[in-house]
Design a protein around this ligand. Sequence first.
Ligand code: AKG
Ligand code: FE2
Length: 345
Amino acid sequence: MPAWYQWPLLPWHALALATGAKSFEANPVLGHAGLNRAGLHLARRRLAMRMAERRRAACAGGLAPAQREAFLRDGYLVIENFLPAERFAAMRDEIFATAIEAREYLDGYSLTRLIPLDAGTLGRLPATAAALAHPQYRALHDYVGSFRLQPFQFIQTIFSNVRVAEPDVQSDFHLDTFHPTVKSWLFLEDVDAEEAGFTYVPGSHIPTRRHLAWERRASIGAAKAPDRSTREGSLRIEEHELPRLGYPAPVKFAARANTLIVADTSGFHRRGVTDHATRRIAIWSYARGTPFRPWPGGDILGATGLDKRVVRLFWAAQDRLKRARGKTGGWGWVGLRRATDAPSL
Ligand SMILES: O=C(O)CCC(=O)C(=O)O
Ligand SMILES: [Fe+2]
């Protein structure tokens, strides 16, 4: 039962069922054990998948049939030599040479640095802006994400083993959310097999019956799960549970520079675990639409250019909230950094 103090907001929480809201903990309807036992979570998931299928079909034009087939089978696409070589080199050289205000987050053994590619930075990175205007880039995100949406873009550097600690929170197998959604990495440097390569369970974007049964069970206890990400709607799974779900073994991707990996991160994935002190630099993008919408268009942020501003506004609001609550740690601005600058702890 929701606690008494949650009752006044129940209609609001119920309305959130029709949106991408995913936190089992923050929403007493989404997190309700009885409702999830009866199939609330699964019903949302099934309907969201049906809608995504329709939207995806409408976005299929920009992909070759073999690409569509590979994606529908695996849940990801790996495209080597994605950009023309000169364009890629110009972008990489420009990025490696430019120091820009960055945000960083120290979590477990990783330090992640993000430099937004937005209205505040793209003017200083003309070769990068030109390279990312590649029409296939957008088409792939639209198809995999199932929305015609301008993705949010960042320069992402992940340093692993910056300190003695457990791997970061992304290094557990998980689903980002309950509906199809897209993330991509266009690697600026090689990622070797023993490094922290992106790892995906092939085919897990289309849940098997056993996967759905696992998800139903997980959703029942998710609001009170010991793991925070699970409570927040990004279900974690133990590695030893995976083989029972009927998928092939996870694939950890080694990749040459200029490889693009685009994935539906509603399938099981994680950041690969490594013993080495490594750095992984990529153009990282994601896009997420409203899961129950039957049509793929209507990108208001993209049409108004706000997509290049909202991330910063969101971060500012987050930072203000954190200060107001007297909290420290987590993501924060750290001043000028190049993507390649060694972490200073
Ligand atoms: O960085 C990676 O390899 C995966 C991280 C992840 O799980 C995510 O961004 O959703
Ligand atoms: Fe993820």
